[in-house]
Design a protein around this ligand. Structure first.
Ligand code: SF4
Ligand code: SF4
Length: 306
């Protein structure tokens, strides 16, 4: 019998949970109420019809330690890229064992929370012992040859005490008591659409925002220094100079696409008062002025008036 837990550890995950293929009633209701970003629209509400061949969902946990300075680069997306590759390795290992497996396009946090594995927090993240909210989740649908023993449902545990600290540092997305307005979360602007000026003013670091996690008293306090490579490659002026390939290796090709990374680098250079970015911004206005008009107007005007 295949030892799934040994395989997922070999692939780089800390642990994994095997769940039955079941509909996510609460999650679907929340989605229908408009709680989630439109990216959630294509996710299967009932994986039994989307993956009729599967008899289990394996959700794997890739924890990470946040940076000691999250105002430079948010630690979440480099970790998410490493987790993505861990899942690629796991899918290859499963295939080598003759097990059909596909990346699961399903709401992992909701699935774990509905089994009492981890707890939902006001910042919309999942709290999982011992990592707090500092973990990336990756899932796979499996067709296992043997009958499976699922992770038993646990007693749901309330961890968030609604202290309001995350709400106080947020830009209006966190509304308390699990209510959330995704249109006001900085992560919404990671999708590559032009940024409204309010979002540009708020953008706290390259690759999103970690404020609601850093401030949460339930999270572990350990941090690591920002790795030198991350600091060098994801410096906003380095991105403006053009280092897409190097950046892609650290955060994945999708996120390193100009519509995402370059757009943010333009804004961040201005928010950090990087006047050394001006020559690159002016050049970019000549070559890509229409595409990044809002961001370039914002950044150039801010830097020229300092
Ligand atoms: S900061 Fe407070 S309210 Fe926010 S998630 Fe943490 S415990 Fe909950
Ligand atoms: S990531 Fe930032 S903007 Fe989004 S909910 Fe957390 S604090 Fe608010």
């Amino acid at each position: 019998m295949t030892d799934l837990h040994a395989l997922l550890k070999n692939a780089g995950f800390a642990e994994g949970f095997l769940l039955p293929v079941a509909p996510y009633t609460d999650w679907t209701r929340h989605r229908n109420d408009g709680v989630f970003h439109p990216n959630a629209d294509p996710l299967a509400a009932d994986p039994r019809s989307a993956y009729p061949w599967a008899n289990a969902v394996l959700i794997c946990v890739y924890p990470y330690t946040p940076y000691d300075d999250e105002s430079l680069v948010a630690s979440y997306y480099p970790a998410s890229n490493r987790a993505y590759h861990a899942m690629k390795r796991l899918l290859a290992l499963l295939k080598a064992q003759g097990i059909r497996a596909e990346r699961a396009d399903t709401p992992y946090r909701e699935q774990l929370a509905s089994y009492g594995i981890g707890s939902r927090m006001d910042n919309q993240l999942l709290y999982l012992e011992p990592y707090g909210t500092y973990c990336n989740l990756q899932g796979a649908m499996l067709a296992l040859p043997e009958p499976v023993e699922y992770e038993p449902r646990r007693e749901p545990k309330e961890v968030c005490d609604h202290c309001g600290l995350c709400r106080a540092v947020c830009f209006g997305a966190i509304e308390g008591d699990y209510a959330f307005d995704w249109t006001r979360c900085v992560h919404t602007y990671m999708e590559g659409d032009p940024m409204p000026e309010t979002a540009m003013k708020q953008l706290p670091s390259l690759l999103g925002c970690m404020r609601c996690q850093s401030v949460c008293p339930k999270n572990p306090k350990e941090t690591v220094p920002v790795p030198e490579e991350i600091r060098r490659v994801l410096d906003p002026v380095a991105v403006l100079r053009g280092n897409r390939q190097e950046a892609g290796e650290l955060i994945g090709k999708n996120l390193a696409a100009p519509k995402r990374l370059l757009r943010q680098a333009i804004v961040l250079a201005a928010n950090r008062n990087r006047t050394d970015a001006l020559p690159f911004l002016l050049k970019l206005r000549e070559t890509d002025g229409d595409r990044f008009k809002a961001e370039l107007d914002y950044a150039i005007s801010l830097l020229q008036n300092r």
